[in-house]
Design a protein around this ligand. Structure first.
Ligand SMILES: *Cc1c(COP(=O)(O)O)cnc(C)c1O
Length: 453
């Protein structure tokens, strides 16, 4: 009997959980409140919690908490459980690997699943040039390594990131991240040779088209840094934490062309946009851009910690042997999960499912926008959609309203996330495994709490 056969017949989580919103206590309930009390006594206060309902099982489109409430999941643990929580194929793959070995360190005595993940990423990412991949644990760690690799390859040091960017919370990635609170405040000094360029933000820079916004950024880069000093430009093809900002068409291709003409490595941070989320396998596919390096994490392994950098072979092969790696990078359990997860994205055409979810989201949200001028913008692609809440008269961001709406949705059992430089964006990142009726119910709750707010 394999370990997979020995799994309990009635799984406690996964897609077999009843797909329903069910509230049996206030949110958070008494058991969650007791855990919050223990959390405050035991966990660093810097580790924040969006919705303190403590989870015991999850799957499909629901999260079940310790008090027995079943919540609608419109966040996927921040775009991680794209194929759903405890997806059966991931559970089986990880359980089988768990019984074989849990760790050797790939850079000590390697194993084949790491290579298989690399082969798959090399195939799935845009471009048919020769590619190589390297695996890490977190998005921030992969971003750091992409920058290291680009610097080594070019022999240059400067790195450009954009307004509203989010690339992580380590020292190098804090420097790349734009927003001070809560990500950077008090944590300096930050890494040297990081510069910021203006983003294309169509809702707030009306009149500037994509190529025009790119020329504005390029002009600033040329005047303030100089391509001769610039190793890499890093950008999220659709910004995540910064507010689901979709740059105007032509912005990204113009930047890619300029990078290529100036021997600057173009790094696409697809940590949040990757793996079918935006309706393509990667957001870069939408305009057909081919990044030199791509950073991936979140949706890659069904919830297990794994990240990757994939890119042009000559760039990826530049660092000296031993210069890239880490103890846990490409852990065998995470690789097993990633292979099962990526297989699902491909064979179940989850990019198509993301587009279906996107049609439901934008249809409902635009209907709300038509009658409620506080909804200033509905934007995003696929199952990565957001609304920007504003003062209907001035157009100023309304973070207070956003906070009230999300708190009310949480109390009604709908897990919603916010984002945005101005804290006035509600983002929708449902698992692609969510049933339509549950998604619609979540949006009905949103409509009701917004109307009442
Ligand atoms: C979440 C995120 C990161 C950081 O990933 P971690 O795994 O939290 O370190 C980097 N870039 C983008 C675009 C992200 O959304």
């Amino acid at each position: 009997m394999t370990l997979v056969d020995a799994l309990p017949l009635t799984p406690v989580g996964g897609p077999s959980l009843p797909q329903e919103r069910r509230l049996v206590t206030a949110i958070p309930g008494p058991k969650s409140q007791e855990l919050s009390r223990r959390k405050n006594e035991a966990v660093s206060a810097g580790v924040g919690v969006t919705l303190p309902a403590y989870i015991v099982a999850a799957g499909g489109g629901v999260l079940v908490d310790v008090d027995g409430n079943s919540l609608i999941d419109l966040g996927s643990g921040i775009a991680v459980t794209g194929i759903g929580n405890s997806a059966p194929e991931v559970v089986a793959a990880v359980a089988a690997q768990l019984a074989q070995f849990t760790h050797t360190c790939f850079t000590v005595t390697p194993y084949d699943s790491y290579i298989e993940v690399a082969e798959m990423l090399n195939r799935l990412t845009p471009g048919d040039h020769a590619k190589r991949s390297a695996l890490f644990n977190s998005g921030a760690e992969a971003v750091e390594n992409a920058v290291k690799i680009a610097r080594h390859y070019t022999g240059k040091q400067a790195v450009v990131a954009f307004d509203h960017a989010y690339h992580g919370r380590t020292t190098l990635t804090m420097g790349l991240t734009a927003k001070n609170q809560p990500y950077k405040n008090g944590f300096g000094p930050f890494a040297a040779e990081i510069y910021r360029a203006p983003m294309s933000y169509p809702y707030r820079d009306a009149g500037l088209d994509g190529p025009g916004a790119a020329r504005r950024a390029i002009s600033q880069i040329e005047k303030q840094i100089g391509a001769d000093n610039l190793a890499a430009l890093i950008i999220e093809p659709i910004q995540g934490e910064g507010g689901f900002i979709v740059p105007a068409p032509g912005f990204l291709p113009t930047l890619v062309d300029w990078c290529r003409a100036n021997e600057v490595v173009f790094i696409a941070d697809e940590v949040q946009t990757g793996f079918a989320r935006t309706g393509d396998m990667f957001a870069s596919d939408h305009e057909g851009i081919v990044p030199d390096l791509m950073v991936m994490a979140k949706g890659i392994a069904g919830g297990l910690p794994l990240s990757a950098v994939t890119g042009r072979a000559e760039i990826m092969d530049a660092p000296q042997v031993g210069g890239i790696g880490g103890t846990y990078g490409g852990n065998p359990l995470a690789c097993a999960a990633a292979l099962a997860t990526m297989h699902s994205y491909e064979t179940e055409d989850l990019a198509l499912r993301a587009r279906e979810i996107g049609a439901i989201l934008t249809g409902r949200l635009n209907a709300i926008r038509a009658v409620d001028k506080r909804v200033g913008d509905v934007r995003g692609r696929g199952a990565m959609i957001a609304v920007e809440l504003v003062d209907p008269v001035t157009g100023d961001p309304d973070a207070a309203l956003t906070g009230r709406v999300v708190a009310a949705a949480h109390a009604q059992g709908v897990v919603l996330l916010t984002c945005g430089t101005y804290g006035n964006v509600i983002r929708f990142l449902p698992p692609l495994s969510i049933p339509d009726d549950l998604l619609v119910e979540g949006l009905q709750v949103l409509g009701a709490v917004l109307a009442a707010a």
